[in-house]
Design a protein around this ligand. Structure first.
Ligand SMILES: Nc1ncnc2c1ncn2[C@@H]1O[C@H](COP(=O)(O)OP(=O)(O)OP(=O)(O)O)[C@@H](O)[C@H]1O
Ligand SMILES: Cc1ncc(COP(=O)(O)O)c(N)n1
Length: 268
């Protein structure tokens, strides 16, 4: 049988020592999709299922060097960004993605945790909005990040739709407002807007506390499906289906929120 050449996807994100989110979630998600994953590490977190205990940033130039090293040799069919942490790293990633003319760019604008805690400073948020958001093929804010980017207080499906329409003019080709931290039946419902189509991506609400890494996994799965050649909306629908299945098989490990089951077909 001839050897197959896998597509390549790049993640630019932080390390989660607990293995449930960040680079670790991204590489597992790429591997599940049979996409070769490359990575540019932005920061190292000391983290477990209960929270983040410490964060150490890498120098922005080290982030640039990692991106350049893997892209010039292995290429990339898609990339995602996750936790970029500070203004210098955000600026460097935006410059490098532009300079290398990288395409199929999924931006997970990690700014606020699901519990509502701000993860990066105000300067970094402004830079992310101005320099990185316009480069996105798909931008995936959670409820609180969508509130910051749109100025809309989000409590209903109509609010999610309005936020997606307000974020779109910032420059991404498509916006997915994620509903993992919405209440009741809206938990797990996402809103897509690409300037033409306003679509609601529905899945059943999975009744579990073990949701660590859902956001990272979703954006990595979108990038993997883009690398496989699916157009943005189809890639996002397939990613949503994957995250829902992985949530159904979330791992009950650790004392806090366990990670989703990335390789759920292998779990008995
Ligand atoms: N309990 C759930 N049931 C079904 N889908 C869910 C659930 N929780 C999250 N999701 C889905 O997971 C994906 C990630 O969304 P979420 O809003 O959790 O992102 P996030 O806040 O960035 O993630 P995280 O909580 O990992 O920081 C979305 O498609 C969302 O709808
Ligand atoms: C290194 C790192 N990156 C990102 C997240 C957010 O993860 P998620 O939004 O998927 O829970 C995290 N907890 N740690």
């Amino acid at each position: 049988m001839p050897k197959q050449i896998p597509p390549v996807a790049l993640t630019i994100a932080g390390s989660d020592s607990g293995g449930g989110a960040g680079i670790q979630a991204d590489l597992k998600t790429f591997a599940f999709h049979r996409v070769h994953g490359t990575s540019a590490l932005t920061c190292v977190t000391a983290q477990n299922t209960q929270g983040v205990e410490r964060v150490d940033a890498l120098p922005a130039e080290a982030v640039r060097a990692q991106i350049e090293a893997v892209v010039k040799d292995l290429g990339e069919q898609a990339l995602k960004t996750g936790m970029l942490l500070n203004q210098a790293i955000i600026m460097t990633v935006a410059q490098t993605v532009t300079a290398l003319k990288l395409t199929n760019v999924v931006i997970d604008p990690v700014m606020v945790s699901r519990t509502g805690a701000q993860l990066i400073d105000d300067d970094a948020i402004a830079t992310l909005r101005q320099q990185l958001v316009p480069l996105a093929t798909v931008l995936t804010p959670n409820r609180y990040e969508a509130q910051i980017l749109s100025g809309v207080e989000i409590a209903s499906l109509a609010d999610m739709e309005q936020a997606a329409e307000k974020i779109y003019p910032l420059g991404p080709k498509a916006v997915l407002v994620k509903g993992g931290s919405m209440a009741g039946e809206l938990r797990g419902i996402d809103v897509w807007y690409d300037g033409r189509t306003l679509d609601v991506l529905r899945s059943e609400t999975v009744d579990t506390l073990d949701t660590h890494g859902t956001g990272c996994t979703l954006s990595a799965a979108i990038a993997a499906n883009l690398a496989l050649g699916y157009p943005p909306l189809a890639a996002t629908q397939r990613a949503k289906t994957y995250v829902t299945a992985a949530l159904h098989h979330a791992l009950r490990i650790g004392q806090g929120q366990g990670p989703v089951g990335h390789f759920y077909p292998l779990l008995s």
